[in-house]
Design a protein around this ligand. Structure first.
Ligand code: ADP
Length: 581
């Protein structure tokens, strides 16, 4: 712990670490880059240069771990590292035999020269194809873009083998017919031929292109040459020194030099086209990827959705509450109507009883008549039986009379009972004239000395009215009774009531006219008010009940005084019957 490192070590600057992609294998790389190492070391006397060779994945890892100061790689990996780790080019390689550093890398898709059937890239559908690897730039990706431009996708091949580095393996596989075609970096074929490894004439390049200044067979566009790039952490002075050294480096024995950095935009476009490398996210369609990319829109969408849900729930609640309120209101109304109906029935019943009460005296008298007649017949029969003055004819006649009188009394009782019975309102269709005549008969039967009733029926024969017969009868009885009351002071012979039935528009009109005392105009307006009466024994309910009943039937009740004659006319209407219903 106490041992201090020797001074020389402490002062020696750390080595300059350069990572290189070795696409042709380490031996080839060594010979390619050794002049570079020598030149940098010569330019930076105090620094040692350590060159390390990697495959694509290894180089990426070294950059990620910041184990390097510089990186030399193909344009494809450079563009990827630029996007991912911010590496930044300071020089671009200037290779021999290419038009410019920005037009240096291309792909050649090669087949054996004897394959007459294969001429363009599109011919490779359904064939066996080999390439070094999916992430090889000139060795695959550049060609891939061209295949796509000709409507061929990797899936259209019968087989696509990625055989790995070194690349010349592919040329061998094509030559041996193990595959139909191979994708290689442009100029590989020419390099191999120059070394005597193959004969150029044994191969041909598909969809060949001519680019001025480019001496090799080519199936694709050309892309920038390899760059040398600094990492984010690389010391700026070191970067500047290395850049200066590179630019001043003489052309190597193999013809390589370094120049100012090229534009790598074309590489980005290729990646975007193929949706790979830094643009691989373009093909991600998983929910997660979409969420990552579109989270602000998603956020907005979910906010809107949440808003909508809250709104919908609130509306639903309101509808619920209002429906409940409405239902309650309806229930209350139904209950109120039921209550009113019950009251009305009770009221009707009471009013019928009140009429009966008013008529009771006369009713007793009415019943008395048949009873007296029956008693008379019975007594005279007894007398005749006692005295023996009887014949079968007399006996039969008296018995018939007794039976008739008893039937008459029974009829009166029956009618009164029917009238006084408490009942629910029932609507039925009845001929109106018949109904009026029955009421008149009942009235005549109840009231001895009742005025004459003349009925003028101006309705078509058999005209029906839809009504509660007993209620209408009650109205008629009331009006007839009032008319009779009004004429009490007239000599019996002059008492007469005219009842007229006629149609007026959509209504039937029933008018009851008397010649009685009439009414003072001041009292007329109170006629229909409950408890208005001018009679000592009156209750003043009749007309108000009549009005209620008539209006419940959809009609009207009013009174008219006569301009030129004594008495009054009470008129009520009932809706005309619609024969279609
Ligand atoms: P009540 O007959 O018990 O008095 P109503 O409501 O039937 O009750 O009549 C109220 C009042 O209207 C009567 O007291 C009477 O003054 C007046 N009235 C009713 N009908 C006639 C009529 N035909 N002629 C004159 N006045 C009438």
């Amino acid at each position: 712990m106490l041992a201090r490192p020797p001074a020389a070590h402490a002062q020696a600057a750390p080595p300059v670490r350069i990572g290189v992609l070795a696409f042709l294998g380490v031996e080839v790389a060594l010979s390619t880059w050794s002049p570079l190492v020598a030149h940098i070391e010569a330019s930076l006397p105090a620094r040692r240069v350590v060159l390390t060779y990697y495959d694509v994945a290894g180089l990426r890892q070294a950059v990620q771990q910041q184990a390097l100061d510089f990186v030399i790689t193909n344009s494809g990996q450079y563009a990827a590292l630029e996007s991912e780790f911010g590496v930044s080019r300071i020089a671009t390689l200037e290779s021999p035999g290419v038009p410019s550093p920005s037009q240096a890398i291309g792909s050649a898709v090669i087949v054996r020269a004897d394959r007459r059937d294969l001429n363009v890239l599109a011919d490779l559908k359904g064939e066996r194809v080999a390439a070094v690897g999916e992430d090889a730039f000139g060795g695959f990706q550049v060609a891939w873009r061209e295949f796509r431009r000709q409507g061929v996708e990797p899936g259209d091949f019968a087989r696509l083998d990625f055989v790995g580095f070194p690349m010349p393996r592919i040329v061998t596989a094509v030559a041996r017919g193990q595959v139909d075609a191979g994708i290689v970096r442009a100029c590989l074929l020419e390099d191999l031929a120059r070394d005597g490894a193959i004969r150029l004439a044994d191969f041909k390049v598909l969809s060949p292109r001519q680019v001025e200044g480019f001496a090799c067979g080519l199936s694709s566009d050309l892309y920038p040459d390899w760059p040398l790039a600094t990492l984010r952490h690389t010391d700026l002075h070191l970067a500047k020194a290395v850049a200066t050294a590179l630019l001043s480096m003489p052309v190597s024995p193999t013809g390589y030099a370094w120049t100012v950095p090229a534009d790598y935009q074309a590489v980005h476009e290729l990646f975007r086209d193929l949706q790979i490398g830094p643009y691989a996210y373009l093909r991600e369609t998983t929910l997660q990827a979409l969420a990552r990319r579109y989270w602000p829109f998603l956020l907005l969408f979910f906010a809107a959705l949440a808003g909508w849900i809250v709104h919908a729930v609130r509306v639903e609640q309101q509808v619920h509450a209002r429906t409940a309120a409405l239902r309650q209101a309806l229930a209350q109304r139904d209950a109120a109507e039921a209550g009113m109906r019950a009251h009305q029935e009770q009221f009707d019943h009471l009013s019928r009883l009140s009429i009966l009460g008013e008529l009771s005296g006369t009713l007793a008298h009415e019943l008395n008549q048949p009873l007296a007649a029956i008693a008379n017949y019975a007594q005279s029969l007894v007398r005749r039986l006692d005295s023996g003055r009887y014949t079968p004819a007399i006996l039969a006649e008296a018995s018939r009379e007794i039976a008739a009188q008893a039937a008459r009394a029974g009829g009166i009782v029956h009618r009164i009972r029917a009238f006084a019975r408490k009942r629910a309102a029932v609507r039925e269709r009845r001929p109106l004239a018949e109904l009026v005549r029955e009421a008149a008969a009942l009235f005549g039967g109840m009231l001895p000395g009742a005025p004459r009733i003349d009925i003028a029926d101006r309705l078509p024969p058999g005209t029906l009215v839809e009504a509660d017969t007993l209620q209408v009868e009650q109205v008629l009885l009331n009006l007839l009774k009032n008319a009779a009351d009004a004429m009490q002071d007239l000599p019996p012979a002059e008492r007469a009531i005219d009842v007229t039935l006629e149609q007026a528009g959509h209504h039937y009109r029933i008018a009851i006219r008397d010649q009685g005392v009439g009414l003072a105009p001041a009292s007329t307006q109170h006629l229909f008010e409950p408890f208005f009466t001018t009679k000592p024994d009156g209750m003043g309910l009749g007309l108000s009940i009549c009005k209620t009943i008539v209006e419940a039937h959809g009609g009207r009740l009013w009174a008219e005084a006569h301009a030129d004659a004594p008495g009054m006319t009470f008129i009520f209407t009932l809706p005309a019957d619609d024969p279609t219903t």
